[in-house]
Design a protein around this ligand. Structure first.
Ligand code: SF4
Ligand code: SF4
Length: 319
């Protein structure tokens, strides 16, 4: 395989951050699910959680910058004891909040208030639903997940999420069950909309198509099935230089549960923190926006997953 950094040089240089439009915060690794493709390796046995001190540091950083959007992720961020506190405080600051929600979390004990909470605070929901078929979703996310996800979507629709002109945004996330590139996003969105409406009466705003990142748990899964090399080769073969201008690390920074700063969630999982000019890892406790703007991004072979085909980001296809 040609190292990604060489490929990047062939296309004309390095990747730099041009802005910080999104502050993505990983509140911890605890999750009620344990999906095969999870690059965070989340699950019910994980204990890592962001401290209140770091939650306050996130708020303080947002308050002294003009970053318009907080993107909350995990694990299942809603299961963090400070999730509500963070959302309420960020909305008071006037920033938009996106929550990466696994849908089933609203049926966890004591969490049935979440749909109304989301609505009250106009939280944009980005919800994983890797297929419209029960078999594929349960295979990737665990038995019963599909039914629970459908019920959750119906609850959200009932209170206005995904409904025309409600302003309550409900986006879904697709990622392939098998080691393939995602199909064209626009066409798949049409299929999702038709099938979910016909079979379950569900509506939503947009579908984001994401490639699976061949790191951590998903890499282990592929290696066990003897599919790792083929998948990585597929990503490299489909490298598309046109995606480089849009990859999410160019306008986002990621904060780990422990306060460390990364170019993206994937670099976080690979323990590749952003460092200052002296090589010291940056931390939310003392971060200034100038330290992250225009800084070059730490790339590696995993970046092929963001740049293959139509590209892949937290917001779906790139080109
Ligand atoms: S729901 Fe999300 S965070 Fe939880 S295990 Fe699945 S992919 Fe990971
Ligand atoms: S994995 Fe993707 S988002 Fe992260 S640094 Fe590489 S290209 Fe950027």
């Amino acid at each position: 395989m040609r190292p990604f950094v060489e490929k990047l040089h062939l296309t004309g240089g390095t990747l730099n951050r041009r802005a910080v439009d999104v502050l993505q915060v990983n509140m911890g690794r605890y999750c009620n699910l344990a999906c095969i493709h999870c690059h965070v390796e989340s699950g019910p046995t994980r204990k890592e959680m962001m401290s209140r001190e770091n939650v306050e540091a996130v708020l303080s950083f947002l308050a002294r910058t003009e970053i318009p959007t907080l993107d909350v992720t995990g694990g299942a961020p809603e299961l963090h004891p400070d999730f509500d506190y963070l959302v309420v405080a960020v909305r008071r600051l006037g920033s938009h909040v996106m929550d990466r929600c696994n849908l089933t979390v609203i049926f966890e004990p004591g969490k049935d208030y979440l749909p109304e909470f989301f609505k009250h605070h106009r939280v944009e929901l980005v919800c994983s639903l890797p297929c419209y078929s029960q078999e594929n979703v349960d295979k990737q996310r665990g038995k019963g997940t599909f039914d629970a996800s459908i019920r959750a979507l119906q609850v959200l629709n009932q209170i206005g999420y995904g409904q025309l002109d409600s302003g309550l945004i409900l986006n879904l996330v697709y990622n392939p069950v098998e080691p393939h590139l995602p199909p064209p996003q626009e066409k798949l969105e049409q299929d999702y909309k038709r099938i979910l409406r016909e079979q379950f009466g569900i509506v939503f705003n947009h579908l984001f198509c994401l490639s699976n990142m061949p790191i951590t748990r998903y890499a282990t899964h592929l290696k066990l099935r003897g599919e790792y090399e083929l998948y990585v080769e597929l990503l490299e073969t489909n490298f598309n230089a046109a995606t480089l201008g849009q990859v999410m690390c160019r306008n986002l920074i990621s904060v780990g549960w422990d306060g460390m700063i990364y170019d993206c969630d994937f670099n976080q999982m690979l323990d590749l923190p952003m460092t200052d000019d002296d090589g010291k890892a940056l931390n939310i406790l003392s971060l200034s926006i100038d330290e992250v703007l225009h800084r070059s991004i730490r790339v590696g072979n995993h970046c092929y997953a963001c740049t293959a085909g139509a590209g892949s980001s937290c917001g779906g296809a790139l080109v």
